[in-house]
Design a protein around this ligand. Structure first.
Ligand code: TYC
Length: 101
């Protein structure tokens, strides 16, 4: 009765990995008005006026600034929407993405 071997013969190991996160990077340019950059950061990245101003100034002074870190899809969608917001006004404002190390 109880002598049937029900033990699994092979171990199945399921490996779950964290999705890689991607940075959204704000790139400086000479034409987009500072206030417009701040308004895009507030609208697309849910930043306060203070946070957005700091990020804008960092990009202005250093050339680039990391805006935030998201899953790949979210990073790409936000970067595209934010870049398009500038393009709609004729500004060369650019947001790029890159995978985190
Ligand atoms: N450099 C722009 C100016 O002086 C402002 C600016 C800041 C533009 C950051 C883009 O990512 C940027 N009007």
């Amino acid at each position: 009765m109880s002598n049937i071997d029900l033990k699994p013969k092979a171990k199945i190991k399921i490996k779950v990995e964290r999705p890689k996160l991607h940075k959204v990077i704000l790139v400086n340019d000479d034409y987009t008005p500072r206030e417009f950059v701040v308004s895009v950061l507030k609208a697309e990245f849910r930043m306060t006026e203070d946070q957005a101003t700091k990020v804008m100034l960092t990009a202005h002074q250093r050339g680039v600034c990391v805006v935030g870190v998201f899953t790949k899809d979210v990073a790409e969608t936000k970067a595209t929407r934010a870049t398009d917001a500038g393009r709609a006004k004729g500004y060369p404002l650019l947001f790029t993405t890159e995978p985190e190390e």
